[in-house]
Design a protein around this ligand. Structure first.
Ligand code: TXA
Ligand code: MG
Length: 336
């Protein structure tokens, strides 16, 4: 099993940085989800990340750096929009897709001429990035397609036998992955809604467009497949659709944004926020999905959330988890 070390301990940071520099992988906390990191300049190390996650090589990784000044080492054409977004949101849950420099390997970027970069806002992640002094490529620390981990224990359960070390930084405060924003064309495009709401990005640069599913497919290969999926079957209700009654012999779970009166018959219920707060709901989402997945249910009914603020990222993850995002069109036929 992976060693689990408290990320605030300087000795743990030293150990983790030494492993990364030696070409090994390390799981570490960020404010969004836990990442599985490798030295982004070391192809063999990056190849391990793909192998451990069983991740297809066409799905590029995000490069994590400690300081926005380092972005110019790995990307070019950093324009005023990029500068303004970095100034406002870094460190934080915003990933920028920029033209890449040749030092970032094709394995990291899946052969694209762009690189996704962010500065995470977690003290343990930042301490690690400063100590290791190389950029760290890190996808979420889960087997490909499954729900992302938001605690060190989740990582231990998912990947503990495959990796040497997990830094524990407590539960992730944001709880959904970073917003991915491409700045490689005149029009800024949100390829993945995430921890920074699109409204907040629009307040800094405009116009901003949210990629349609087909655009996201073409430009952000990782969004091609259904993702974030627990093993149990999810059914996402349409907005306003009443919560169905459950038959006597069924074991059905219910995922609610906030408490509701008169729901009966459900074998397990998860409530994301007592007062319907979308930021709190995002922070609780993945852990709630995992608990429902572990409850031995036949299916889970999911209530949709309003699509503003972090609600957009929540709905994106729920649609993918429910598999009604082009699973049928999945060209490689992954079973998730
Ligand atoms: O919050 C996060 O972003 C977490 C933490 C660990 O930082 N990381 C994360 O990584 O969610 P991952 O690998 O699970 O998702 C990365 C997403 C994928 O949808 C991928 O396709 C997209 O970023 N991406 C990476 N590089 C890209 C590029 N050059 N162009 C377009 N999309 C890119
Ligand atoms: Mg992921």
């Amino acid at each position: 099993m992976a060693q689990l070390l408290t990320g605030t301990d300087p000795q743990a940071i030293f150990t983790a940085a030494a492993l990364l520099r030696a070409g090994d992988v390390v799981a570490f906390p960020t404010e969004t989800v836990y990442g599985l990191g490798a030295n982004a300049l070391d192809e063999r190390a990056v190849a391990q990340v793909f192998a451990i996650k069983n991740r297809p090589h066409f799905d590029p990784l995000i490069v994590h750096i400690a300081d926005k000044d380092a972005v110019a080492l790995y990307a070019t054409d950093i324009d005023e929009r990029a500068a303004a977004l970095m100034e406002r949101f870094w460190p934080g849950p915003l990933t920028l897709v920029l033209r890449k420099r040749p030092n970032i390997s094709d394995l990291v970027t899946a052969g694209l001429d762009t690189v996704a970069i962010r500065v995470p806002a977690h003290p343990v992640a930042l301490a690690l990035l400063r100590a290791v002094q190389v950029p760290v490529a890190a996808p979420s620390a889960n087997p490909f397609g499954y729900v992302s981990p938001t605690t060190a224990l989740h990582v231990q359960e998912l990947l503990g036998t495959a990796i040497p070390l997990i830094l524990d930084g407590g539960p992730c405060t944001v709880g959904v992955e970073s917003t991915v924003c491409a700045l490689t064309e005149r029009q800024a495009i949100i390829l993945r809604p995430g921890g920074v709401p699109i409204e907040a990005i629009e307040a800094v640069i405009s116009p901003v467009t949210l990629a349609s599913p087909t655009q996201a497919d073409a430009r952000s290969p990782g969004t091609l497949l259904s993702h974030y999926a627990p093993h149990v079957k999810l059914r996402l209700l349409a907005p306003g659709e009443p919560i169905p009654h459950v038959g006597e012999n069924e074991r059905v779970g219910l995922l609610l944004l906030q408490p509701r009166p008169n729901v009966i018959g459900y074998a397990a219920t998860e409530v994301l926020s007592q007062d319907g707060n979308l930021t709190e709901a995002a922070a609780n989402l993945f852990a709630a999905l995992r608990r429902l997945d572990a409850a031995g249910l036949d299916a889970v009914i999911v209530e949709p959330v309003p699509e503003h603020g972090l609600g957009r990222a929540i709905m994106d993850r729920l649609r993918r988890a429910a598999g009604n995002t082009r699973r049928a069109g999945n060209p490689l036929g992954f079973v998730l």
